[in-house]
Design a protein around this ligand. Structure first.
Ligand code: G1P
Length: 304
């Protein structure tokens, strides 16, 4: 169960060891590219989205990245494999900066894959990671690779909230009511911290007029291992899929504490071409090599 709130030893050590990244989807919104290239490997400027997410997990203290994958997507894990041949070649050409870039994914974090044979939903995908999470791990993180939550660091805040309140902690962001039907949505009350809310219910993809708030789940979860037992007990929900949201809702009903950290920064949705383009442009504008030219070109393109 949750760590005792006032136990000083609960404050030491990393908040979680494993981070689960569900990456088994077909990527239909990126067809035809995703016939052969997994969408998680599409570059944001020059780096695959999943490497950005892996770096975020490592920065938060995770030691193991559990990628939930499906047959035919071996390239996702291969991106994190040893690349010493390529490194040697680059070294012999004196390209030390490129060696560092190539090596980064492999050195960031230990990667293991877990196979999801059938596309039964996010809840099912997370459940597939169960055996790979040690019996002593009280909590673990889930990062949805479609979501970039910027600046990074929200997982550390979420871990702090778990230390304080116990239970599970999710990340929320405020979306316009008209867009709420795309998300898991929270029913909340305030706490003494403006950016932390207590969650009393959660519903997946509600109609806008039925949504309990405009606070939507942003693809970052710090889940107590009690979620696995809840995942065993849910039935197909929105879209006919086993929803992680429904397992969280079940835990809440049974008295498990759930809080959200309201993220006030930026967010990109890499899961569709429109959101992906924004992320790409955003990263490119910040880049010292490409930013200045791009800014100039965009300005003239928009005025032209
Ligand atoms: C998933 C979750 C949803 C969450 C969203 C964030 O939905 O089921 O609760 O709000 O990610 O991106 P999906 O985007 O896979 O439909």
């Amino acid at each position: 169960m949750s760590e005792p709130v006032n136990d000083p030893t609960a404050r030491s050590g990393p908040p979680f060891r494993s981070a689960v990244v569900p990456a088994a989807g077909l990527g239909t919104r990126f067809l035809p590219t995703t016939k052969t290239v997994p969408k998680e490997l599409l570059p944001v400027l020059d780096t695959p989205g999943i490497e950005l997410v892996a770096a975020e997990a490592a920065e938060a203290g995770a030691e193991q990245l559990l990628i939930v994958t499906s047959p035919g997507k071996d390239a996702v894990a291969a991106h994190f494999a040893d690349s010493s041949e390529l490194e040697k070649e680059l070294q012999s050409r004196g390209k030390d900066d490129l060696v560092a870039k190539v090596r980064r994914a492999h050195e960031l974090i230990d990667v293991r894959t877990v196979t999801q044979d059938e596309a039964k939903g996010l809840g099912h995908a997370v459940g597939c990671a169960r055996e790979a999470i040690g019996p002593d791990e009280e909590a673990f993180a889930v990062l949805l690779p479609d979501d970039l939550v910027l600046p990074t660091g929200v997982l550390a805040t979420m871990a702090e909230v778990r230390r304080r309140h116990g239970g599970s902690v999710l990340c929320a962001f405020d979306v316009p009511r008209g867009e709420i039907a795309a998300y898991g949505v929270f029913e909340v009350t305030d706490t003494d911290d403006e950016d932390v809310k207590r969650v009393h219910g959660m519903v997946e993809k509600p109609a806008p007029d039925e949504a309990p708030s405009t606070l939507a789940a942003a693809g970052r979860y710090l889940l107590d291992r009690a979620i696995f037992d809840a995942l065993d007990r849910i039935t197909p929900g929105a879209g006919g899929e086993l929803q992680l949201t429904d397992a969280v809702a079940l835990l809440i009903e049974e008295g498990h504490p759930v809080h959200v950290v309201v993220h006030r920064g930026g967010r990109h949705d890499l899961g569709n071409p429109g959101g992906y383009v924004r992320a790409f442009v955003d990263f490119a504008l910040e880049d010292p090599n490409y930013g200045p030219d791009l800014r100039e070109w965009l300005a003239s393109r928009l005025n032209g």
